[in-house]
Design a protein around this ligand. Sequence first.
Ligand code: PRP
Ligand code: URA
Length: 211
Amino acid sequence: MTEMVHVSRHPLVQVKITRLRDASTGPKEFRELVADLARLLFIEASADLQVASVEVCTPLASTPGHTLAERIGLFPILRAGLGMANAILDFVPNAQVWHLGLYRDHDSLEPVEYYNKLPIRLTVDRAIVVDPMLATGGSASAVVEILKRHGVPRIQFLALIAAPEGVARMRREFPDVPLFLGALDNHLNASGYIVPGLGDAGDRQFGTGTP
Ligand code: PRP
Ligand code: URA
């Protein structure tokens, strides 16, 4: 893997991904894990954020400090990306959040857009696309394509679990977009699910799976 594909080695990521995979983990814990993992991956992806110098007055003295100098846009892919974006907002509450609704057609596995709340002009310096799963890469590719068309200067993609097929597609189509992953799994099955994976990330987050 190139340096544009970052698979986290953080022990907390590994422990939480394991809980996330467990079929007996219920929706409440699943949502909490998605939120924790999103924040952990965001910390890794945002290590190079630009800051500007400011002066701050403590109760004792004035001292140099820093303020964020980049406008961040979060782009959750609905539904499953919602929990990730909400969690990252805790760290960067002034980030803009733009919603894109895509679902994978069950037969073709192609993404189908059903909701687009992007503005005419995107005014962010860095776009962070968040989705728990990077499987075939169809959904990720469609979103990055839209952001590129809007002229977003810098795009990063965060996923909790990825398949080699999706990573290869993103590398091929968007070699300038770094991927920040919680885990890189083995393969996709015939239905396009990541193996071992965690099942359907949207259904597990929102309790909509068939029992
Ligand atoms: C899942 C997941 C990604 C997509 C990944 O969404 O959250 O968006 O599949 O698959 P791909 O890489 O092959 O495109 P899904 O279509 O199940 O919609 P949901 O979030 O509404 O459950
Ligand atoms: N979407 C999911 O939610 N899970 C997968 O394994 C693949 C796509």
